[in-house]
Ligand binder design. Structure first.
Ligand code: ZN
Length: 282
């Protein structure tokens, strides 16, 4: 949990965020959660009543601070999406728990924050079509399953084919990548694809999972990107959106390493967002 505070401190120190640019979310209300998750599941999680196998599948102990963080992170993704619609780009210091399904969590994910944000904005009628761009090294399987057959949400995931989850779900577009892919090959794989998809789908909002686990030093990811490669990826995605006047909300997604290098990697999407916002006159 320390990484969230460290990321906050780093952004302030580097001038990537100023106090007036920071917004504090409220925990998501239950009615938002229930657009995506079953009441049985979220109540069992909050009351510490998940079965041992459900707990194991998540891989985190359900402590009181974790329960609080979980509801707050979902509220934060909804707020980030709203701020993106207002300002063009907005970045969440948490979020990206894309392995959560309607009735169970998995892979360190409890609630699917991007799915809840999408469902809230669609239910309110704020937007009618959006795209999830998920570049975490792991497939966004929960998100793909939750929106299977829903034409309002286009789920794109580019992920390492041999990484978790073993059994992949079918999104609107899945791009499985080979182990060991480096910066050049990775950026070539998504460089035309992301802009082309935005032209085809014409979403009113992009929810971008900028997981940093494709980094070569990540303990779980099997891709081989450098920090510069990740930064160029963030520039590419955000620039492609802003060029088309498509608002983009980013979430930090996964990353597994020592805290210091990890937090620096998570800061890259904020760096790219600040830079692209300037370049596009936001
Ligand atoms: Zn991941």
């Amino acid at each position: 949990m320390a990484k969230f505070q460290l990321l906050h401190a780093l952004l302030l120190r580097q001038g990537l965020a100023t106090a007036d640019q920071l917004h504090q979310p409220l925990p998501a209300p239950r009615r938002w959660l229930e657009l995506v998750h079953s009441r049985r599941y979220h109540q069992a999680f909050c009351r510490g009543e998940l079965t041992a196998s459900e707990q194991r599948r998540i891989g985190l102990p359900a402590t009181t601070p974790l329960v609080r963080r979980t509801w707050l992170a979902v509220g934060g993704t909804v707020l980030t999406a709203r701020l993106a619609l207002q300002h063009g780009v907005a970045c969440h210091l948490a979020g990206g728990t894309h392995h959560a399904f309607a009735d169970h969590g998995s892979g360190f994910c409890i609630f699917n924050d991007c799915a809840v944000a999408a469902a809230v904005l669609l239910a309110e009628g704020t937007i009618s079509r959006l795209m999830v761009v998920d570049l975490d090294v792991h497939q966004g399987d929960g998100t793909a399953a939750l929106f299977a057959g829903d034409p309002r949400v286009f789920c794109f995931s580019a992920h390492c084919a041999s990484n978790f989850p073993l059994r992949k779900q079918t999104g609107d577009l899945d791009l499985p990548l080979a182990d060991g892919l480096d910066d050049a090959a990775y950026l070539a794989a998504i460089g035309d694809l992301v802009p082309d998809l935005l032209d085809q789908v014409q979403p009113q909002l992009v929810l971008y999972n900028a997981g940093v686990d494709p980094h070569r030093h990540d303990r779980l990811g099997k891709l081989c990107l450098s920090s510069e490669g990740l930064l160029n990826r963030e520039r590419l995605v955000i620039d492609a959106c802003l060029r088309r006047r498509i608002p983009v909300a980013t979430v930090i997604g996964g990353g597994y390493d020592e805290l210091k290098p990890l937090v620096e990697r998570h800061s890259l999407v904020f760096r790219a967002a600040a830079e692209q916002a300037r370049l596009h006159g936001l």
